[in-house]
Design a binder for this molecule. Sequence first.
Ligand code: FES
Length: 165
Amino acid sequence: MNSADLDALIGQTPGGDPSQLIPLLQKVQEAAGFLSREALDAIAGHLGLSPAAVYGVASFYNQFRFTAPGRVHLQVCRGTACHVKGSSDVLDTLQRELRIQPGQTTRDGAFSLETVACVGACSLAPVVVASGPGVGSGSDFHAAMDQEKTRSLLTNLEQVTECNA
Ligand code: FES
């Protein structure tokens, strides 16, 4: 998202009203995919807050991202059903193979990783959801994941991200 688009989007929200902070952060993230430094500064200026205050609030909520998502964005469900069925092993495998933590993107921009609450597919637990331009439109749900299936999913997705690089 360029600066003009960012300014136009932020300008749709009344200025000087700190109560608009969370809705505005959500709106910008939805449009841009993440909250850049530039976006956080612009939001702060628009609402009359300090950049530090805006970053402090945004970083408190794990719904907000501060790095651009990868061509494939992976969400590991950490809801109760998925946790009981071993989502920790799945998350560990992804962290180890990709060498990133939740909230981060690989250096080549191929993958980003996030943990999420229940995605509403508990009968498929543990679930990994893949989305983004490297996957196509919509989200792919991967069911009953374990370490081996996670490695195999990554191998398949690596081929897709290379084609979309
Ligand atoms: S707990 Fe993972 S889909 Fe519901």
